[in-house]
Design a protein around this ligand. Structure first.
Ligand SMILES: [Zn+2]
Length: 120
C-alpha cells in the first residue's frame, strides 16, 4: 500500500471495502465512509481541504400523479472545456406523493502552503 504522500496528484485506487474508485491519498472512503489509513488525516499530511461547490436540489412529486423518471449525469471538464469525466450517478423514478433530494459536493485537498484557492 502506498503512503499517499508519494503518489502523483490525482492517483486513484479501489476502496478495499466497496470497490469505489477513490483518491490514493484518501484517509476515508467518501462512498462507504470506511477509514483507510490510520494517520491523522489531511492535516498531518500538510493538506488543507475546502469545498468549492455544494448544491442541493429537491425534485418534488409529479403534479399529475404519474411517475417521473430521472437520470443523474455528472460531467467534468478541464480549462479547455474538454470532458475529462462523464458518469451516470443514478437513475430512478419519483412516484406521486414522493420526492427526491439530490446533493452534490466537491471536496478539494490542496497543499497547505498555497495561499489562494483557484476556485471561487
Ligand atoms: Zn469504500
Amino acid at each position: 500500500m502506498s503512503s499517499g504522500r508519494d503518489a502523483a496528484p490525482g492517483a486513484t485506487r479501489s476502496c478495499p471495502h466497496c470497490r469505489s474508485t477513490i483518491l490514493d491519498s484518501a484517509v476515508r472512503c467518501p462512498q462507504c465512509q470506511h477509514h483507510l489509513r490510520f494517520d491523522a488525516g489531511a492535516a498531518a499530511r500538510g493538506l488543507r481541504t475546502f469545498s468549492p461547490l455544494q448544491v442541493e436540489a429537491l425534485l418534488g412529486p409529479p403534479p399529475t400523479g404519474e411517475a417521473w423518471e430521472y437520470s443523474i449525469l455528472l460531467v467534468i471538464r478541464n480549462a479547455r472545456g474538454e470532458e475529462v469525466g462523464r458518469q451516470i450517478m443514478g437513475v430512478g423514478a419519483v412516484h406521486a406523493g414522493d420526492e427526491r433530494t439530490f446533493a452534490l459536493s466537491v471536496e478539494v485537498f490542496a497543499p497547505a502552503r498555497r495561499s489562494a484557492s483557484p476556485v471561487g
